[in-house]
Ligand binder design. Sequence first.
Ligand code: IMP
Ligand code: MG
Length: 180
Amino acid sequence: MRDDIDEILVSEAQIRRRVAELGARITAEYRSRDLVLLGMLNGAAVFTADLMRRIDRPLRLDFAAADSYGRRAESGRLHWRLDGGADIAGRHVLVVEDIVDTGKTLQGLVERLGQRKPAGIRTCALLNKPARREIPIDPDYVGFEIPDRFAVGYGLDFAGFYRNLPFIGALKEDVIRRTS
Ligand code: IMP
Ligand code: MG
């Protein structure tokens, strides 16, 4: 598995530090609010589990899963495999995502969740690839900006694998070519 990694983009220690910083910021900015953490499966499962333990506020946890219809999906066209976030009316939702690439998934999520009349929606992405953005949307909280490489590990996958790597690495180009 590690032989398929070209270079480490974010180390375990860097992740640990940054997750603690994000948790501290969220703790400070959500004082006396009714917070629902909505983790997006499967990619944000690891990040959500770590982040929630760094937020020192009362919160509820829920998960949802949405796939965009292929890589060329139109904005907002999401297929919900698990339609979580039912109980968000009147509450402050913090959507936790693995990565924002074109922005289509995040945009679709915010649109859909907005229909359920939450008190507010903010978004937190572990990784951000601003170079590939097609929809002008930015997460409110970002762990790391990364270059235009295919990232795996710490929850992120390629063809379903590599999610259990404890760091974030860039996949070797020949591995991507061989599989896709
Ligand atoms: P977007 O809708 O183009 O912003 O894509 C977001 C989704 O594409 C993420 O939730 C990931 O599932 C997937 N994705 C985009 N870039 C990467 C990457 O570098 N590694 C793993 N998954 C990615
Ligand atoms: Mg995803």
